[in-house]
Structure formats: C-alpha cells, structure tokens
Design a protein around this ligand. Structure first.
Ligand code: AMP
Length: 424
C-alpha cells in the first residue's frame, strides 16, 4: 500500500512512524511533514488546507489510503472531498467532525443522549451571556463555539475574566468561531484523555493517557497545546474506564449514527473525573498531540488494518494489543511559547540523544537546512521513551533531553509526576 499522512506535527510523525512499520505498507508520504518525518516518509510540500492539491497528489502518486492528523481539515471536509474523489481516507466526515467543530452541537447531543457533561447554555448575544454569567457566578467556563486553535476556552475564576472573554469572542477575537458562545458549569476533578477508535457503529477503547496542558512545572502558567504526556495513566481505573465507555463513548457513537452522521475515526474525549463520576467536557475528532506519540509507541498491533477497519465499518471483530510498558513524552518548545518565540534556532545532539535505550524522538516543528536541524514552530520536539515503569521512562526521556543541545528551547521537568508519585 501507498499511504499519505496529512499534517506536520509530532502527532503526524508518530503516525507516519507507526504506519511505516506496517508490513502492508510499501511507501509512506506526508504532506507537508517536517525534518523528522522525512526520515520515515517522503514529504511533499502540500498544505493541509490545499484540498485540490492533495487530491491531485493522491491520483498522481497512486495513493491507496490517506490518514488525516489535524482537526482543521477534518472539520473543513477533507475526508468527504477525498472519498468523493475515490480515495479511501481515515477520519470523520465534516458532519461527524462537528463534535469538535461546534461546542454547541456537542452540548445539544449530550443533552439529548443523556451523556454526563457540564450544565450549559448557548448564546449569540453578549448582553444575554453576561446576564447569565452574573446569575450563575464564578468559576465558570466560556467557550467559543467553533475551532480556535485550542485558545477558545476560558476557565474564568472571576466575573471580570468571564465578561472579558465574552467581549473578546463577540467582538470577533476568534473570527467566526466566536459568533456563538457556550457558557458552561466549571467541573472540578482530575482531567484525563480517553481515546476510542470508531467505525460508525463500534468503538474500541485505546490505551489511556494523560497530558500536561500548562506550560510550566507544577501546572503553572498559561495553557498550551500540551507539554508532555504518558500512557497508561493510573487515574483511569477499570470502573472509570467502563463508565466512560458506557455513559459517554457508546451513546455518542449511537447518537451520531441515529442522526445520519456516523462517526468514523478517533474519538478523543476530554473527561473530568468528578466526585459524581466521569463527565465529558469536550470531544476532539482526532488523536491528541502529544498523546498520539505515546499511544503509537505502546501499540503492538499493526495500526494500518485498524485504520482500514474503521474506514470500512469492520471494527466489530477487531482487537488491538498494547505493550504493557509505559511510554512518556516530553515536549521541547521554543522559549517564549505559547507566546511569541523565535524560529530558525539550531538544534544539535539529536542522534546522540536517540541512542539512549528505549528513546524515540519525534519532530513536531523542525526544518532541515544545510545539514542542520532548525526549530520551526512553538512545540518543536517530542522526546519519548519507554521503560518498565513510568519512572524509568521518565528518567530515559530526560536523559535524552539533556543530550540535546538547543539553548533556545525549554521543557517541563515534571512530566508524569502524579503517576511517578503513585508508583512509589
Ligand atoms: P479545550 O480547549 O476544549 O481543550 O479546553 C481547554 C481546557 O479547559 C481543558 O483542557 C480543561 O482543562 C478546561 N475545561 C474545559 N471545559 C471545562 C469545564 N467545564 N470545567 C473545567 N475545566 C474545563
């Protein structure tokens, strides 16, 4: 098979790496890819938003199967366009991607299907939204309805913060994504990521993972796309796992099928484990980044037949197997991220770092220039490791980080601290 991966981050590097390992696959391409992905796939300079360019490339290169990484092209309908052009593609249709593309759609679905989630109201008008916030009090959560590159959620601890968020959203701070706003109850608890592979009817849970959203150690500083992750997490007990499957994932898959928009692809639930049990606070319609990286490391089964079965509605008799050893990833980011940061700074020592036992380095934002690797984004590298314990994986990953010479980068030093504590 000839497979095309769409995207350019660490998630897509991990996907390309796992797909390249499949005996079914002769050649992997990635559009547009990055300097690390180029080691596992042939990168082609086509942007993820260039639907016509991607279709033309698939025809020219006789691509058999496409795997789409990021949410924006999914929500924009890339899967529909590729399938209409006769190209088999892994991922949800635009209609099904509304689970991530519209918070209001998701909340209404939860209400209709009795899926546990935060209480909410939808607003198209700032005055009504502010009156609701005043009546509810804080803390409260304000969300732009549409995709806002992970920045459209404000967890407001004061009335002022909530009102400012409303003002920014309705004044167009998030473009069309903020034309409608969801205001919801603040959920207190432990946040976990839960992934299921779906084929429109059947959902198979993947291994569990936890990511670290805040930029600094001890969960301080602003939210980011994710500064590190590990798998499995001890905080998804078998009981919580069953509750998430039976109360959240399966009713969602059934509800989407009933509405004529069957969900195929990766359903990634953001779940708060509260004193009342697990509650859904968001869906993503693709793998998390960096959770995908640790899941791909732990996946023992060939990923390609699993993706094909999702596409073909054949997951019912499918089984996925995982290596028992934990995996962990540390994100190395450019100094200043998630605010302004410099591009083009030089990274050295990657080969030396990758020699440590159990270590695998995925690239999230790099370019190769004149034989050197340069940073080309906010999140730049995913330094991953496996170990017999989370602690061993953590020690290996940080030993690798310490071999990387990149004065303009930084990382958190405490990834998986809760799980390491638990192991003691
Ligand atoms: P998102 O951009 O949807 O991933 O949300 C960003 C972060 O906001 C999540 O990772 C949660 O930590 C937090 N969040 C979202 N909804 C709620 C909620 N209802 N209660 C508490 N925290 C929330």
């Amino acid at each position: 098979m000839r497979v095309l991966v769409v995207g350019s981050g660490g998630r897509e590097h991990a996907l390309a790496w796992a797909i390249a390992a499949s005996p079914l696959v002769d050649q992997v391409y990635c559009a547009p890819g990055n300097a690390g992905i180029a080691e596992d796939a042939e990168c082609v300079p086509i942007a993820v938003g260039d639907t016509a360019g991607l279709i033309a490339f698939c025809h020219k290169a006789a691509i058999d199967f496409v795997v789409v990484g990021p949410e924006a092209p999914l929500v924009a309908g890339l899967v529909d366009a590729l399938e209409s052009a006769g190209i088999a593609t892994f991922g949800p249709s635009a209609a099904a991607a509304a689970l991530e593309g519209s918070k209001g759609f998701l909340k209404d679905l939860c209400a209709r299907e009795n899926i546990p989630t935060a209480a909410y109201r939808r607003f198209r008008d700032a005055a009504a939204a502010k009156a609701y916030i005043a009546a509810q009090g804080v803390p409260i959560v304000v969300k732009a309805d549409g995709l806002a590159a992970g920045k459209g959620v404000v967890v407001a601890m004061t009335l002022r913060e909530a009102e400012d968020a409303i003002a920014v959203m309705f004044e167009g701070g998030f473009g069309a994504a903020g034309a409608e706003v969801v205001i919801e109850e603040f959920l207190a608890g432990r946040e976990i990521s839960f992934f299921a592979l779906c084929d429109g009817e059947t959902a198979i849970p993947l291994a569990t993972a936890q990511d670290h959203k805040r930029v600094f150690d001890h969960d301080e500083g602003p939210n980011t796309g994710g500064m590190g992750a590990y798998s499995p997490t001890p905080f998804v007990t078998p009981e919580v796992h069953d509750q998430i499957m039976s109360r959240i994932i399966l009713p969602t898959v059934a509800g989407m099928k009933k509405r004529g928009m069957p969900f195929r692809g990766i359903l990634y639930a953001g779940v708060m484990v509260t004193v009342q049990g697990p509650k859904l606070f968001e869906y993503n319609v693709r793998f998390g980044d960096p959770e995908c990286q640790v899941l791909m490391l732990r996946m023992m089964s060939d990923i390609v037949p699993a993706f094909l079965a999702s596409c073909d509605g054949e997951l019912k008799h499918f089984d996925l197997r995982w290596f028992p050893d934990p995996a962990l990833t540390v994100v190395m980011a450019a100094k200043g991220y998630p605010g302004d940061y410099a591009k083009g700074t030089r990274i050295e020592g990657l080969d030396d770092a990758a020699k440590i036992e159990g270590v695998e380095i995925f690239h999230a934002g790099t370019v190769a220039k004149d034989g050197a690797i340069l940073a080309n984004g906010g999140r730049v590298l995913n330094v991953c490791a496996m170990g017999k314990t989370v602690l061993e994986a953590q020690q290996r990953a940080y030993a690798a980080v310490d071999r990387i010479n990149w004065p303009d980068g930084f990382c958190r030093r405490d990834i998986a601290w809760q799980a390491v504590e638990q192991e003691k």
